[in-house]
Design a binder for this molecule. Structure first.
Ligand SMILES: Nc1ncnc2c1ncn2[C@@H]1O[C@H](COP(=O)(O)OP(=O)(O)O)[C@@H](O)[C@H]1O
Ligand SMILES: [Mg+2]
Length: 304
C-alpha cells in the first residue's frame, strides 16, 4: 500500500453550523485510518462538536486552548486509544479507532481573545503553526474542525493549513452559506493565507429530492478551479454522503460510523470519499506544484 506524503493538513469548514463539518471530518478520518493512514483531528471550534462527539471529559485533557496560548505542545494534548468518561450519564470507556487521534477543544477557547488582549506577549498564530508542524511530522493527515464563523482560532487555522474542504447539505440556505464560506476564505487569504480549496463534500444527500439535485448542480457549476495551464477542474467531490440515521446515532455511542454500524451504506460512502480525497490531493499537489514551479521559472527568466 503506497503511503501518502507525510503531514497533509486540511481544514474542514463552512460559515454555517449543522452542515456536517464535524461528522465528515470524523468519518473521513476513520476511513483513512482503516486504510492504514494515521490521522490527528484537531478541534478549534468553541462549540466543540468533535470533542463532544467522543464525550472527552474537559478537565482531564489539555486542549487547543493550551496550544494557542503556548501553555502546551501538541504532543501533550493528543488523545489516543481509550479513555474514561461519563457517557450519557454513565461511567464508560471510549475506544478510539487505531491510528486515530484527537486534540480536543475546551470551553476556554471562547475567552481566547480576552486572554490575548491581557497578555499581548502570547503569539497564538506562531504557537498553532508550531503545533501543526509537530503533528505533520508524526501523522499522515491532520484534520482541523473549524467553527462556523471567523473566530480567532478558525482564522488562525485557515491561515496555517494548505488545504480546505467545504462541506454542505441540501437546503434553502445551503447555496448562500457556501458562497459566504468562499467569501470568508478569500478574506482570510487577503491576510496572506496560502490555502487552497481542495473540494466540496455534499452530505445528507437524498438524490430523489429536488433540494439535493439543486445543490449537486450548484456545486458542479460554481466550484471549479482553473489551473495555470487553463485546464478547468470541478471541485465538487463525486462521492456524496447519503442522509443516514446511523450517522446521527453514532455520536451517542461516542463512535465513528465504522465502529457503530459496520454494515451501514455510509461506511462504503465515506471510504469512497476518502479515496477520492487522497487521489485529488495527489493530483493537485503535482498539478499546482508543477504550475507554481513553472511560474517561478518564468519569473526567473524575466529577471535575467
Ligand atoms: N449524512 C448524514 N445523515 C444524517 N445526519 C447527518 C449526516 N451528516 C451529519 N448529520 C447530522 O447533522 C447534524 C449536524 O452535523 P455536524 O457534523 O455536527 O455539523 P457541523 O459540524 O457543520 O455543525 C448532526 O446531528 C449530525 O449527526
Ligand atoms: Mg461542528
Amino acid at each position: 500500500m503506497a503511503r501518502p506524503a507525510l503531514g497533509r493538513l486540511i481544514a474542514f469548514g463552512n460559515q454555517k453550523g449543522g452542515v456536517g463539518k464535524t461528522t465528515t471530518t470524523i468519518n473521513v478520518a476513520a476511513a483513512l485510518a482503516r486504510k492504514g493512514r494515521s490521522v490527528c483531528l484537531v478541534d478549534v471550534d468553541n462549540n466543540r462538536g468533535l470533542t463532544r462527539t467522543f464525550s472527552v471529559p474537559e478537565e482531564a485533557f489539555r486542549s487547543t486552548f493550551d496550544i494557542f496560548t503556548g501553555e502546551a505542545e501538541a504532543s501533550e494534548c493528543i488523545i489516543k486509544a481509550e479513555f474514561q468518561t461519563l457517557l450519557n450519564g454513565t461511567e464508560a470507556v471510549v475506544h478510539l479507532p487505531e491510528r486515530f487521534a484527537i486534540i480536543p477543544a475546551s470551553r476556554s477557547l471562547e475567552s481566547l481573545d480576552q486572554v490575548i488582549a491581557q497578555r499581548p506577549s502570547i503569539r497564538p498564530e506562531k504557537n498553532f503553526a508550531r503545533a501543526l508542524a509537530d503533528l505533520r511530522s508524526s501523522f499522515d493527515y491532520v484534520f482541523v474542525d473549524t467553527a462556523p464563523n471567523l473566530t480567532t482560532p478558525t482564522v488562525i487555522a485557515y491561515n496555517t493549513v494548505p488545504w480546505f474542504i467545504l462541506t454542505a447539505r441540501p437546503g434553502k440556505t445551503a447555496m448562500d452559506s457556501l458562497s459566504d464560506a468562499v467569501q470568508d476564505l478569500l478574506q482570510v487569504k487577503q491576510f496572506g493565507a496560502e490555502g487552497r480549496l481542495l473540494g466540496v463534500v455534499l452530505t445528507e444527500v437524498d438524490v430523489r429530492t429536488r433540494l439535493s439535485k439543486d445543490i449537486v448542480q450548484f456545486v458542479d457549476e460554481e466550484f471549479r478551479a482553473t489551473l495555470e495551464n487553463k485546464k478547468t477542474v470541478k471541485l465538487g467531490f463525486q462521492n456524496h454522503i447519503s442522509k443516514t440515521i446511523a450517522i446521527e446515532e453514532a455520536p451517542y455511542a461516542a463512535q465513528t460510523i465504522f465502529d457503530y454500524r459496520a454494515n451501514s451504506r455510509a461506511c462504503a460512502e465515506y471510504e469512497a470519499l476518502a479515496e477520492e480525497i487522497e487521489t485529488r490531493l495527489k493530483n493537485f499537489e503535482s498539478l499546482f506544484g508543477m504550475t507554481r514551479g513553472q511560474a517561478d521559472e518564468q519569473k526567473r527568466a524575466a529577471n535575467e
